[in-house]
Design a protein around this ligand. Sequence first.
Ligand SMILES: [Zn+2]
Length: 482
Amino acid sequence: MSTNHTEQAADHDDDFDRWYVDVVRNAELADDAPVRGCKVIRPYGFRLWELMTARLDERIKATGAENAYFPLFIPRHLLEREAEHIAGFAPEVAWVTRGGGHELDEPWAVRPSSESIICPSFARWVQSYRDLPIVINQWGNAVRWEERPRAFLRTLEFLWQEGHTCHASADEADQRARQMLEVYRAFLEEDLAIPVIPGLKTESEKFAGALRTHTVEAMMGGKFWALQAGTSHDLGDHFGRVFGIQFLDRDGERKFACNTSFGLSTRTVGAVIMVHGDPGGGLKLPPRVAPIQVVVVPIWRSPAELAAVAAAVARIAERLAPVARLHVDWRDDRTPGFKFNEWELKGVPLRLEVGPRDVAADQAILVRRDTREKTPVPVATLASTIETLLTDIQTAMFAAAKHTLDTHTAPVASYADLAARAAANAGFSLAHWCGDPACETRVKTETKATIRCIPRNLPKEPGQCIVCGKQSDQRVIFARAY
Ligand SMILES: [Zn+2]
């Protein structure tokens, strides 16, 4: 992951931002839409999202969750019931005021998040401790008003999963919130090859209405900015109280239930693009979620060559079908060189070239997308070679991303250092912070860096706040973020 953009601090449309827009267009992941703030996800981009969601869905279900579906619309009185929740979302909410040819008695919000439409159902379903816990996941969309869209990263309507759970005790809700963060960490690191830093959001960065928000933060390539890749919220009994989710406990007392919610969205597609892509080249997809893992490019000039190559490719495709998602590019109006370039831009991990000479030698030429290494492989061992390579590439991509994260994360000793690193797009800065939101706000206003998280895996260490000099017992991560 090489880059020469580290000296730049421009906010908008610098080289890396333009690279991102080009990759999304050239790889046919998404397209502009005829409605402001929204994008069209094209089939190749949607297939990538489908493969990602299949992996994540399996992981979420393995924790005991069941999928369900709740309405897109939320009557105003419900959305406004939890005061902090609506205060946090108010500026981003889209409202429906007309329907069926007349004004609605009460406007409906298009869900920015579903706590306030799900909690009334929880209140109906929960009577006794025996009805708990409830662990529900929903795959759907949400709308948060967005003026400056960027495909996947920031769109007015986005796709996501949102989990919602209901528990008999605060302790159980706390455990669940942590458990789901671990699900996101494993998904991002193992399936998407994206290393993350798990931690807690500060009071000012936490989810509207939550007791605490756990987050996994990833570092993007190019400008080494952060991207919040998934969040898991311990809602305490805030929603239980305002929505009247009450149950009779084992001890015979009526108690309010505790809730959690957690979400991961199509922003993660943006993370895959930015973490793995190489500026100068294009997309690089981790094999586990690549829509096409191996593209076969047959090469021929005459009908006789075509017949021989076609027979060989058919045999190869049959051998590879059980081990890889395969596509054979039979287009006859494109040169092999054009096809090589196109599939590289689309980030396909492996390419197989099969020409007349390869047919004669009973082999194929295998090319890795990540290293561009080219090797002739006998057809007899092709399947096992490819199976091994797909695993190796996945591992190598994680290692490369981890190297970027590690080499662009550094402790800072002074406010001046922090400001300089933020201005130079130098990456994550580990700095002491006293816990005062005023210090956090000053850094944000002056350097545009925010506290991404209070890292979970960082040992306590006495120090002085980078802003005010007051006592601090832990470093936090400051970074510019998407
Ligand atoms: Zn301070």
